[in-house]
Design a protein around this ligand. Structure first.
Ligand SMILES: NC(=O)c1ccc[n+]([C@@H]2O[C@H](COP(=O)([O-])OP(=O)(O)OC[C@H]3O[C@@H](n4cnc5c(N)ncnc54)[C@H](OP(=O)(O)O)[C@@H]3O)[C@@H](O)[C@H]2O)c1
Length: 258
């Protein structure tokens, strides 16, 4: 995720690579990042302590160690965390630093097509808010929210969302293979149908139900399929799944802050 951010920023010419310091513990990976992106690299997190913006992009279990090494930042430095489940208070307390932004990105960020939901503490100034938008736009689109509680909701909807989409994709591909299509043809039919439908829905000003009604002719194929989807409680299952992810996100955050 950190590399996707670097890649996006450099490709869009938003920052000179020499101004980015990457802290990476593994020598091999460090060298690869240096070769590929021409960024400065270090194995010591303390080498990044003078940066005006520090991005935390480590796995949640590595966060405490990293925070302990970054202690002693100046008030005008900005910390941006994309670490899933890590509360702003946890970061504030561990660093004794107040200018913190918490972000929930998602995996399409890997190709610059992500959606990041973020919130900032009151200590983050206007100029820094602008920098946050620029950095997150390197990953795709971004939405700022006023309260941290929306981050748990975003985790359940957009953060975890790609896994729901991939499951539906997989189920449709398997069904197409079941009908008799070769797997590569099934893959193409399903992915193009998903891509086209999403672009169409986004470009049209119509409600999804209206778009669906437009293709549902009386006694037709859509009506027959939709009947089965409703009978199988698709809506309820999706709603329950998203609620379960939301509850899980809140619970993980609680564990993290104790
Ligand atoms: N992937 C997603 O879709 C997604 C979505 C939302 C949020 N996030 C969050 O984004 C963060 C990064 O996720 P990721 O999938 O990009 O993980 P990742 O590929 O494992 O990246 C973590 C990076 O941190 C490095 N690292 C480990 N310990 C370190 C230390 N002590 N100091 C400095 N660097 C250290 C790792 O180095 P090594 O490679 O040497 O281990 C690796 O380069 C996570 O907190 C995750 O919760 C990810």
């Amino acid at each position: 995720m950190g590399e996707a951010m670097i890649q996006g920023l450099i490709t869009k010419h938003l920052i000179d690579p020499s101004k980015i310091t990457v802290c990476e513990p593994r020598t091999e990976r460090r060298e690869q990042l240096k070769q590929q992106h021409k960024v400065r690299v270090t194995s010591d997190n303390r080498d990044a302590k003078d940066s005006s913006i520090i991005v935390l992009s480590v796995k949640p279990q590595d966060l405490n160690k990293v925070l302990s090494e970054l202690k002693g930042l100046k008030p005008n430095q900005l910390v941006i965390s994309i670490v899933a489940g890590a509360r702003i208070k946890t970061i504030n307390d561990a660093l004794t630093h107040s200018a913190v932004v918490r972000v929930m990105p998602n995996t399409p960020a890997q190709i610059g097509e992500g959606i990041s939901v973020w919130t900032a503490t009151p200590s983050v100034n206007k100029e820094q808010l602008g920098h946050v938008k620029t950095i997150l736009q390197a990953l795709g689109n971004e939405v700022q929210v006023e309260e941290e509680k929306y981050l748990d909701m975003a985790t359940a909807v957009s953060g975890t969302g790609p896994s729901y989409v991939f499951l539906v994709m997989e189920a449709m591909i398997d069904a197409a293979v079941h009908l008799g299509f070769a797997r590569h043809v099934a893959y193409q039919l399903v992915t193009e149908t998903m891509r086209g439908s999403i672009l169409y829905a986004m470009k049209s000003s119509k409600h999804p139900a209206e778009l669906r009604n437009m293709v549902t002719s009386p006694g037709g194929t859509s009506a027959a399929a939709l009947y089965q989807l409703e009978k199988g409680n698709l809506r309820t299952v999706i709603s329950r799944a998203i609620f379960a992810a939301y509850e899980r996100s809140k619970a993980l955050g609680e564990t993290d802050s104790h």
